[in-house]
Each structure stands twice: as structure tokens, then as C-alpha cells.
Design a protein around this ligand. Sequence first.
Ligand code: SAM
Length: 273
Amino acid sequence: APRTDPGFSLESIPGVDVKHANAARMYDYALNGDHNFKIDREVADQVFAVMPSGPAVARANRAFLRRAVEFCVDEGIDQFLDLGSGIPTRGNTHEIAQARNPEARVVYVDDEPVAAAHTRQLLRGNENAAMVQADVRDPGDVLAAEPTRRLLDLDRPVAVLMVAVLHYVSDADGIVEMLRTYREQCTRGSFLVISHTTQDNQPDASRELRELLAASGTEVTHRDRAAVRALFDGWRLVEPGVVWTPQWHGSPPEPGDPAPEESETWCGVAELR
Ligand code: SAM
């Protein structure tokens, strides 16, 4: 994972909460990053005790993100709105996209102060990528933000990434309306990329895990395959539809690889026609 520059202290970031675990920093810990606090590591270790595949799940999700961004660039997409982008780690959206098309533009959105501060630091000097610290559940704020308006032209196709973030948006939060608003802002030829954690493979772990996450303040909504398909309402799924993360344009499994369902994550990519 990228290292912070000397003088960049996590605790000094305005708004950072070191008393409670946080999803962005627990995920950073799962990916072997160094932008997390003791409380994040403690809660993540409790989660991994119930779900030992946690770090592998995060890696498989990140590998899906890479393949999906590469797919979108190959489809001609040169602008990305990455919602719930997280703390920078190896293979960030702008690095993946700009390696294939140096002109590609990326707007990152996350509401977590460490994610926002570290992303801003990483993007210094990159005129084609920027960070918006906002709640993805408020599409109006995200779309009206100066970097979004400056970098993205929504009259042209864009890829909207919602990778491992929608499980933090409950039905009561108005996920259907939120998705509709983003879709209505996109033009034909745009892509929607979603990955979503599920309990379809381990229904029995569900209660314990849910209670643990709720107690830590990082409550999640698990959705089954049909519910994840429904998130693509109004879009046309590209092949192979909604599948486990390793199965989406992944290499054929090798002997000894974990079973695809052990990714515990459904994913898909869809185009607006
Ligand atoms: N998208 C990245 C990936 O898949 O590798 C990071 C996923 S991480 C599991 C989820 C991220 O979503 C965290 O960084 C968290 O701060 C962010 N997040 C959760 N709810 C959010 C919200 N309502 N608004 C903005 N960001 C949110």
C-alpha cells in the first residue's frame, strides 16, 4: 500500500474518529494497508474470527474493480465516478484507467476523513483526478461538487463505480431513489459497476456477523443475488451478468484456488442503452 509522506499524521486529519471502528480503515487493514487505528484492527480481527476469508474477500473485490475499470476503458469510457472509493491502496481507479488512457478522468467520493485526506495527498499534481468528500447517499451534493463539474461531462458516457459500498446503504436510506438519481444523470453508453457483499454462501454466519458489525457501528445490509440484480434496474447487464467476483472476466480457476462463492461478493457491470 502507498505510504504516507513524512509529516502526514492520520490523527491530525480534521473530523477523524479514532474511538470507533470505521469501514474504510477496516478494509484498509484487510488489504494490509497502514491507514488504520487500533480500534479498526480490533473490530476487523473479531469479524475475521467469524469470517476468516475476510482479507481474501477484500482482495477478490479489489481484483474485480481492476478488471471492471479496464473493461470500461476498453469500451471507450474515459471518465469515472468512483463512489465509496476508500483509502488508496495498490491499484486505484485513476492508476488503472490512466495506465490505459492517460487522459482518463476520475472523481473519487468518500465520506471518511482518512480516505479523503489520503486520496487528496496521492492526487496532488494529477489534473485529471480529484476527491470529493461527501455522502454518496446525496447524489445532489456529489454531482454539484466543484471537482465533479470540472472533471466529468455527464453529457458523455461515464462509468459509475459502486464497488463494495452499497451494503452501507440500506433500503430505508432510499437506495432505489439514489440509484435512480445517478442513472438519470448518465447518458446512453454509460456503465454501472457494482460489487456487493452477501450472505448467500454462509446464511448461518449471518446473525453473529450482523450483530458484531452493528455493535461496532459499521452496520451492513447483505443482499442476495436477486436483490443485487435489482440494483441494476434500468441498465442492461453485460455478460456474464451478476456473478461471484472471481467469475467476472477472471482467469479460469487454478487448483487450490478458493471456490468463487468464498468471495462472499456478487458483482456485475451494466450499460445504459
Ligand atoms: N470501493 C473501494 C473498493 O471496493 O476497494 C472501497 C470499498 S470500502 C469496503 C467502502 C467505502 O465506502 C469506505 O471507504 C467507506 O468510507 C465508504 N462509504 C460507506 N458509506 C458511505 C457513504 N454513505 N458515503 C460515502 N462513502 C461511504
